[in-house]
Design a protein around this ligand. Structure first.
Ligand code: NDP
Ligand code: 8X3
Length: 252
């Protein structure tokens, strides 16, 4: 089988980075996206020995940058087989009455509208060639709501709805669409949510064994290596210590 090309958003950290590493080890060509140029270049240097790597620096909120970056890919990266819509974060954890407008804008603009912009830039080529595979990274926060999760949960419920809608609308073209919805994964996610408060971020993952980004990468790789007739439509994965967004068996 000829090498496939995957575009991964949010490849500079956590789940996206681990997925890039595993895909590279399996000879999937990579288009890696993020805003931190130093990390993109480091990944290109590291993974470039294993597979072809192209890097794109854009903020998914900037629709002009999204479209111009993706529409001007070099020829050898212009045919995208796999899209991993992963870029996203929580910003803040406050009751709705104390939430910040800036945080709300960031979550809805990045997690929902950013995902849509990147998808809109790539779907037409998948439709015209009648093939492609899109994986949307949702969350358990897209399946249930937890106290103070309000707008982050809303953004991930939107991803859940978009995932279902994409699968319906792209079905006539033979394009596979599915979501991977993780529970607690130890990444930079909580550092971002708590705006650099590392102690508070570490507390989220203490007293039990959280998922590692590599666990999710493994699942994403499983999803993209199924035979064509198999589409993993919607997958939820939690650490064994977690039973729901609000039930966690912590030993402290
Ligand atoms: P990280 O904070 O480690 O990674 C987030 C990635 O998203 C980074 O590569 C970051 O890159 C990128 N990103 C964030 N904002 C933007 C933006 N405006 N434009 C472009 N890229 C952006 O977190 P995770 O790896 O945990 O998160 C990845 C996905 O997994 C997210 O969608 C998150 O909601 C989801 N998720 C995470 C869970 C967890 O417990 N960790 C559980 C369930 C879902 P850069 O800063 O370089 O732009
Ligand atoms: C990340 C998991 O529980 O922090 O989506 O919302 S949680």
């Amino acid at each position: 089988m000829a090498s496939r090309t995957a575009l991964i958003t949010g490849a500079t950290s956590g789940i996206g980075k681990a997925t890039a590493q595993l895909f590279a080890a399996n000879k999937i060509n990579l288009i890696l996206c993020g805003r931190r140029q130093d990390r993109l270049e480091a990944l290109q240097n590291d993974l470039g020995a294993k597979t072809k790597v192209h890097i794109l620096n854009f903020d998914v909120r900037d629709k002009d940058a999204v479209f111009s970056s993706i529409n001007n890919l070099p020829e050898e990266f212009s045919n995208i087989d796999i899209l991993i819509n992963n870029a996203g974060n929580a910003h803040g954890l406050e009751p709705i009455n104390d939430g910040s407008l800036e945080d709300w804008d960031a979550m809805l603009d990045i997690n929902v509208k950013g995902l849509l912009y990147v998808s809109k830039a790539i779907i037409p080529q998948m439709v015209s060639k009648k093939s492609g595979h899109i994986i949307n990274i949702g969350s358990t926060a897209g399946k249930e709501v937890y106290p103070k999760g309000n707008v982050y949960c809303a953004s991930k419920h939107a991803v859940d709805a978009i995932n279902q809608g994409m699968r319906m609308d792209l079905n006539p073209y033979g394009i596979r669409v599915g979501a991977v919805n993780p529970g607690l994964v130890e990444t930079e996610f909580s550092k971002v949510r708590f705006k650099g408060d590392d102690v508070r971020a570490e507390t989220v993952y203490s007293g039990y064994q959280p998922l590692k980004p590599e666990d999710i990468a493994d699942i994403i790789h499983f999803v993209v290596t199924r035979p064509y007739h198999v589409n993993i439509a919607d997958l939820v994965v939690m650490p064994t210590a977690q039973a729901s967004s609000t039930i966690l068996n912590k030993k402290e």
